[in-house]
Ligand binder design. Structure first.
Ligand SMILES: O=C([O-])C(=O)C[C@H](O)[C@@H](O)C(=O)[O-]
Ligand SMILES: [Mg+2]
Length: 430
């Protein structure tokens, strides 16, 4: 059945899964061996199925179940309606004063940010289904691509070879705990994916050690853009010192410190462009941050901002205020990578390589995982997202979720397995 508004939704399904994750280190701890993701399917009355993907932690799952129940009978093309916060859901801050989002590293967490992340998966699924219904790729539904390839940076992490308590290596990447290890990892990204730029996840070791790693990368790769992201773990004074030491070396410094005024001060005192996926992660936070010139590059993320259409709204705002735009990522699979690539293909002002965690994932729920060439992914012109759901893999990873008691990402808890009594560090760490 169709209405004046096009094909109608017959069913919406949410499937929580656990995916394997390597022991990547960050400012608060280490990735646990299995992390939750949520796969969303939206089926039209003609039997066409669109897919989306988002965070799978308990709070997201609850919202997703509630949202899925409201979809049958709505047109697939009701994305603008989908994004509205339900009338009963008040927008409130979650966690304590200094509590940051544990699974997304998106700064202050609120109920509406959680809601936007869930909406993003349903919106992507609706766009995928609409594309399949109409024979058009998702980028065409967003107004058309302006590039045929989307660049992704090589996302480097300090890491261990094994998860705490394991005897056998978690994968064949080995450990990376010093400048030489970071350079070796970058060389593998270069060889395997052709990465044209590198981002190092910082906030793990004292800043001088991370500065040394960036210098080693610069020596090994004299021409490649470099970024460092300590996720807000430094004070203003430490941020200023690091920015001055790395003057002329970094393409941008990502979230050196927390909060609009601290970020603005670091930029004012150093002139270095600052990027963020923590200071500004919702439309509400834009006016204050842009007025204070606290961020010069916003790292969009369709999971944060509420979908692909919202990502384009964000890009338009950035255009008006002459703020750069690039893309953040978190642990994710091929459905999200397809969605990221489609929307990135439509944003004319995207001048930086996007982030992706995908190379770190050894599992997927798509039949043909994306391949990188020269650090980029080809934009698909096939209908919808241009991917197919691997139902056997989905079933297997869902079974793992059913058989496990892991329900939330918890990098602090995972660190406790290695360091008994370990607590989340106080901020600023340095
Ligand atoms: O750019 C970022 O802040 C991230 O990618 C956040 C991630 O959660 C990262 O720190 C991680 O995976 O540990
Ligand atoms: Mg970041």
């Amino acid at each position: 059945m169709t209405t004046g508004a096009g094909p109608v939704i017959k069913a919406a399904r949410v499937t929580p899964i656990l995916i394997w994750d390597p022991p990547l280190l960050n400012l608060v701890g280490v990735h646990q061996p299995y992390t939750p993701r949520l796969i969303v399917e939206v089926e039209s009355e003609s039997g066409v199925v669109g897919v989306g993907e988002t965070y799978g932690d308990t709070a997201y799952l609850e919202i997703a179940h509630a949202l899925a129940a409201t979809l049958p009978g709505r047109p697939l093309a009701s994305m603008n309606e989908l994004g509205r916060r339900p009338s009963g859901m008040e927008d409130r801050r979650l966690g304590g004063e200094d509590e940051q989002d544990k699974s997304g590293f998106r700064g202050v967490l609120t109920t509406s940010k959680l809601h936007a992340s869930v909406v993003s998966a349903f919106e992507v699924a609706c766009l995928d289904a609409l594309g399949k219904e109409s024979g058009l790729p998702v980028h065409a539904l967003l107004g058309g691509k302006v590039r045929d390839r989307v660049d992704y940076s090589g996302y480097l992490f300090y890491r261990w070879a094994v998860h705490p308590g394991d005897d056998v290596p978690s994968d064949d990447w080995g450990s990376a705990l010093d400048p030489a290890g970071v350079v070796e990892q970058a060389r593998r990204f270069d060889a395997a994916y052709g990465s044209r730029s590198f981002k190092l996840k910082g906030g793990v070791f004292p800043p001088d050690q991370e500065v040394a790693a960036i210098r080693a990368l610069r020596e090994a790769f004299p021409d490649r853009p470099l970024r460092l992201d300590p996720n807000g773990s430094w004070s203003v004074e430490t941020s200023v010192r690091v920015a001055q030491e790395l003057d002329g070396v970094l393409e941008y410094l990502e979230d050196p410190t927390l909060g609009t005024s601290a970020m603005a001060e670091v930029h004012r005192r150093t002139g270095l462009p600052l990027a963020t996926n923590m200071c500004v992660t919702s439309f509400d936070e834009v006016p204050e941050a842009f007025a204070a010139d606290a961020v010069q590059v916003v790292l969009s993320d369709h999971h944060f901002w509420g979908g692909l259409l919202a990502t384009r709204d964000l890009a338009a705002l950035c255009r008006v205020y002459d703020v750069g735009v690039s893309m953040h990522s978190n642990t994710h699979l091929g459905i999200s990578l397809a969605a990221m690539t489609h929307v990135a293909a439509t944003v004319p002002e995207l001048r930086y390589a996007c982030d992706t965690h995908r190379p770190w994932q050894t599992e997927d729920v798509v039949t043909l995982p994306h391949t990188f060439a020269d650090g980029a992914i080809e934009v698909s012109d096939a209908p919808g997202l241009g991917i197919d759901l691997d139902r056997d893999a989905l079933e297997r990873l869902h079974r793992r979720w059913l058989d496990s008691d892991v329900r939330d990402r918890d990098d602090v808890g995972a660190m406790r397995a290695a360091v008994p009594g370990y607590q989340r560090p106080a901020f600023p760490k340095w």
